[in-house]
Design a protein around this ligand. Structure first.
Ligand code: HEC
Length: 229
């Protein structure tokens, strides 16, 4: 029953230009987590936890849309099992949580995924849509806005904080606004990205996942060194 409603809604969202069938796999496999250490140094594996989940969370899961709490149209993108409801392993073009990107979702008024981000999702599906849980390393001697802070924001925050006023009235859409917000709210900002228990669960950012420790360290350095461009 719920499946039919979801199919109907997706078909009507796609509307006239129904170039691809809406497909929900009732037997979508829930792959066990695969732990990958330092994936960039030894493999080409796309990391579900640190690369794919944040994209779905930020571009599709803003509050009122497809978060665990609101899951509009029955769509929830807050976990691996939930995302797999719309993904067919090895077949991006048969995965409607992939094909709908740029074809109606995210809504035109919301921030859109870049072609690089869309290609990464396609690659992840082509690799079998594994529940890869990567332990990431990154270079904490790099901490400027152009590299890597802006990319971290684009991959983890921009879907919810990229159009004014932004969720919770936090707008992180450009350098000046981000710097101004953090300058005025430095402790809150650091507590939010550290998922500090002094905050409510809803205030821990990003909501669906915590960034890797070294990425949080890059943010901290960027702030304490005076927001280098
Ligand atoms: C899925 C949507 C979503 C994503 C992704 C997201 N946020 Fe948020 N953010 C929210 C919402 C909703 C609130 C308001 C929470 C509240 O006040 O309870 C919020 C509030 C905040 C706050 C203020 C907390 C407070 O108590 O006022 C900060 C700082 C913040 N976000 C930073 C970030 C950063 C940095 C990222 C990326 C690393 C990020 N957010 C990713 C939805 C999101």
């Amino acid at each position: 029953m719920r499946k039919q409603i979801l199919l109907g809604t997706i078909v009507s969202m796609i509307g006239m230009s129904c170039m691809h069938e809406a497909y929900i796999d009732p037997n979508a496999p829930v792959n066990p987590p695969v732990i990958v250490t330092n994936p960039t140094s030894n493999s080409d594996t796309v990391c579900f936890n640190s690369e794919i989940l944040p994209l779905y969370s930020t571009y599709c899961g803003s509050s009122g849309c497809h978060s665990a709490a609101s899951h509009r149209s029955g769509v929830d993108v807050s976990s691996y099992a939930a995302i797999m409801q719309g993904i067919r392993a090895y077949r991006p073009n048969s995965s409607n949580y992939y094909t709908i990107i740029g074809n109606g979702m995210p809504p035109r008024s919301s921030p859109q995924l870049s072609s690089t981000q869309i290609a990464l999702i396609s690659k992840w599906i082509s690799q079998g849509a594994l529940n890869t849980n990567c332990i990431n390393s990154c270079d904490t001697s790099k901490y400027t806005y152009s590299n890597p802070i802006q990319t971290l924001i684009n991959n983890n925050c921009i879907g919810c904080h990229g159009t004014k006023p932004g969720s919770g009235n936090v707008y992180l859409g450009d350098y000046a606004s981000t710097k101004a917000y953090i300058t005025a709210n430095q402790t809150l900002f650091l507590n939010a990205i550290n998922h500090s228990t002094s905050l409510t669960a809803a205030q821990r950012m990003p909501p669906a996942n915590k960034m890797a420790d070294c990425q949080i360290a890059q943010f901290s350095k960027w702030i304490t060194k005076g927001f280098p461009q």
